[in-house]
Write a protein that binds this ligand. Structure first.
Ligand SMILES: O=C(O)CC1=CCC(=O)O1
Length: 265
């Protein structure tokens, strides 16, 4: 287990460097911890150096001061990358993690050689939708929204056939720190990265699960439309969390994307 303190917030992470291989940094969705990337990093194997971590308020990382902004999550990630002495990264950000990836690019463009923006957007949800979710979770806990979130995360096929994984993922969601969950909902509510997305000049791949119930393919395509030269791909038979539902398909896209990037530092 690896932990470090970034400006008073303990972050849980797993760094797996492979000599001579570019770093790919994975940034999580709301209500998840870094185990969601296990199957993807297993497929990528020794072809890439990897860094996964738990956002503040999630997994084994500290809660820190609430509420959060996306910029707070960017501070944590920039601090973690610097602490590990990594000078060149490709980012794979899922959902709110995609906003953090866009924010890190805006802050440190020299650090970021490429972005994979997975099931995410420049703006996710509305003031009303986040306020409603925050009110429900404050009153009745994460359990109260868990079934609806599972519907957005996974396809009906996953619900019908992969019942053990579904139960485990639901456990992961409801066991997140409720204050960290709400604080990240606030960050999402306030984030509009339309201008940031339009400024991205690094190679970018936008990816959507074809049955994503949270950031549907049309929304992800609208993100891709903002980013000059970006590519857009749809993963079949996937909801909002393709790294769990279709890890081999996402890993194949990541592999091809990394192979096309210019050599890093
Ligand atoms: O929890 C959801 O509904 C899906 C989601 C939205 C932002 C995020 O990170 O996950």
């Amino acid at each position: 287990m690896q932990f470090t303190d970034i400006d008073g917030v303990t972050l849980h992470f797993a760094h797996r460097p492979v000599a001579g291989r570019r770093h790919l940094v994975f940034i999580n969705a709301l209500g998840t911890d870094f185990r969601i990337w296990n199957a993807v990093t297993e497929v990528l194997g020794d072809d890439v150096s990897t860094l996964v971590y738990d956002k503040r308020g999630h997994g084994l990382s500290d809660l820190g001061t609430t509420p959060y902004s996306i910029e707070d999550h960017v501070d944590d990630l920039a601090g973690l990358i610097d602490r590990l002495g990594i000078e060149d990264v490709a980012l794979c950000g899922l959902s709110v993690g995609g906003l953090v990836a866009q924010g890190l690019y805006a802050r440190r463009p020299e650090l970021v050689s490429g972005l994979v923006l997975c099931d995410t957007a420049h703006k996710i949800g509305t003031q009303e939708s986040w306020n409603a979710r925050i009110a429900t979770v404050k009153k009745d806990g994460i359990e109260a929204i868990a079934d609806a979130v599972m519907k957005a995360w996974f396809t009906p096929g996953f619900h019908a056939q992969r019942t053990n994984e579904l139960a485990g993922c639901r456990n992961m969601l409801v066991r997140q720190n409720v204050d960290g969950y709400i604080a990240t909902c606030v960050a999402l509510r306030e984030a509009d990265y339309t201008g940031v997305a339009a400024s991205i000049a690094a190679p970018t791949l936008c990816v959507a699960g074809d049955q994503d119930g949270s950031t549907p393919p049309d929304l992800v395509r609208s993100l891709a439309d903002l980013i000059a030269g970006s590519r857009f791909e749809v993963i079949a038979d996937a909801g909002h969390i393709p790294c769990i539902e279709r890890p081999e398909a996402l890993a194949a896209l990541l592999h091809a994307f990394l192979a096309d990037l210019p050599a890093g530092n």
